[in-house]
Design a binder for this molecule. Sequence first.
Ligand code: MOS
Length: 729
Amino acid sequence: MTVHFKQDEPDNSNRLDRMKQGVLGKPLPRIEGLAKVTGTAPYAAEYPIENCTEGVLVTATITRGEVTSIDHESVLTMPGVIAVVDNEKLCTRAAQGTANEAPMQGPKQVCYWGQPIALVVAETFEQARDAAKHLKVDYREEEGAPIDPGAVEPEEQEDETVHQGDLAHAMADAAHSVDVTYTTRGHASAAMEPHAAIAQWDGDKLTVYAALQMLNYNITELADALDMEEENIRLISRFVGGGFGSKLGISEEVVAAALAAKQIGRPVRVVQSRQQVFQTVMRRSETTQRLRLAADENGKLTGFGHEALVSNLPGEDFAEPVLQSSHFLYDGENRELMLKVARIHRMTAGSVRAPGEAVGMPALEGAMDVLAEKAGLDPVELRLRNIPEKDPEEDLPFSSHKLAECLKQGAEAFGWDKGPRKPRQRREGEWWIGTGMASAARVHNIAEAKARVTLKADGTALVETDMTDIGTGTYTILAQIVGEMLGLDPERVLVELGDTRHPRGPGSGGSWGAASIGSAVYVACKAIREELAAKTGTSEEELELREGEAGTGEALTDLLEGEDLAREGHYEPGDIEDDYTASGFGAFFAEVRVNHYTGETRVDRMLGAFGFGRVLNAKTARSQCIGGITWSIGVALTEALEFDPRDGHLVNCDLAEYHVPVHRDVPDLEVVLVEERDGAASPIQAKGIGELGMCGGAAAIANAIYNACGARIYDYPMTPDRVLEAMPE
Ligand code: MOS
């Protein structure tokens, strides 16, 4: 039985706070943790499939043009080689890992260097890899494909444009103004688990084990790519080794494995190499951002301008949503916002770790630091003075808003020295020491979700949904929600995820996972509680459940009388989405050391204070924040994709050359979880967490670099060469 719930009104009843089990929000360790650390949790490539063959993708070595021929004979006599698959379906846009509805390409059109064009299948991986290297491919190359975003006339994204009042006038009249241009470089998702798939056919039924974030959507993509019915496909992603956006959409290994398995009549496994993951899956666009801030003598913003240039392939829908939280973060009645996309032939740009704010906020928050200095204000105070009462563009109230609390609690916990600041005040030997801060903001997203909860006759419970856990803690928080609602120790709740045989979840993306699927599970549990309440002669509101017993003394197992009780919860975001602006907020504080002679920056201390609604598990929530802050360090100091200026191919395509922060780069990070319930964000009063932790953090580090050594830098990452160049004499 399905119970449908659409949220049209805020729910501020705080019901989950009054349940009796007392397990929600507790820092429970991950229920799948042991399986992961002992290597028994199967990832996509690890399922033992009998008679399985190995496929290796062959990728294009031109930037734009057409594949004119692929010489199968050139490899078919090599040891172990079974087949070459160059079915035109493999080359469709639907198979290019983009999480949007981009148009299909013609067969074998190449639009970036590194685009998959064929698959070689052999008995062993080494044989397939060797043959893939030897496959003869002929191309007709089109010269002069643009690969530099600065070299083309960009397209304006009109739905992002805001013209409100007269910014130029506000700038001219301002007591203090800032007009600066920041750049950020491309980023890679850099998930630990490479993209992988095993495909197996049984007649016209296809099963694919894959590394995916959004099975509910991926099954539709795969059905489209293969021209099949969804009912004939089963996707399985029980464990995913990180996605960070790169697994939101299917990529070619999934389609290729399915096509190849059909062609040869045996199962096929395709694992992308680390280099392929870097070069073919997707990139975060580089950005150029102009920030204009106009303020009166008290530092109150009168004008706000944010214009950004990003890039993508021709025809792609996705444009790095740089301005996402700039639309509502600060006051300023005169506003000018604009997003432009340069169409270039580098690999597809897509969602990478907090698309938009991850790069937009570091630019905005850097500019705010410049303004604080000009206005002679403490940077925390400047932000406190500019928190809007309501959304400054949409005339909507905020669902809830904890920026001020995060700024205050964060400053307190960090030991922030209040007041106007001067750079170059502390030096220890070769090192300049300084502190910096920045606000955090990330829009709250929520999506339709379905989950089935079964309260079993034996007093245990089962949750089934095709929702994924990409390392975020989904398994654990769902067990906690069920435990809380049905009065069970979470150990008595079995959670089954990542299988399209189960009801469709929202997938993991845009930090919407926990609030969305959590709400579906909540809706299902509520319906089960109604049944149980009826059996005990009370109401659902009055029903108390704890440790397998109702407050009236009956054991759940007795109430069930040998029958399972199952309900499917179907949560759908309602009109409420149009009534409020919903966002997570936070504040970052960093202390850095900058070497006077080498320009090296070390982060010595960093703290984030965040408000994102109800905390479902204090440990997994904190871990999400720590991960986010770690990525902030990457954005600030190390991460940058490097493209060959001749053909646009990605040069630094491994974890040695593309620098994500490692243990030595990351100090002990402190996280303050600011208490909040957001009844308009979701029925469980929770908002998104995962991405918030990196939305602005890089600016806290940049501002600390300036405070330490006086180097004001407008280009991320702030590598030693850039620091040295900007360091005052
Ligand atoms: Mo996220 S970058 O929407 O997985």
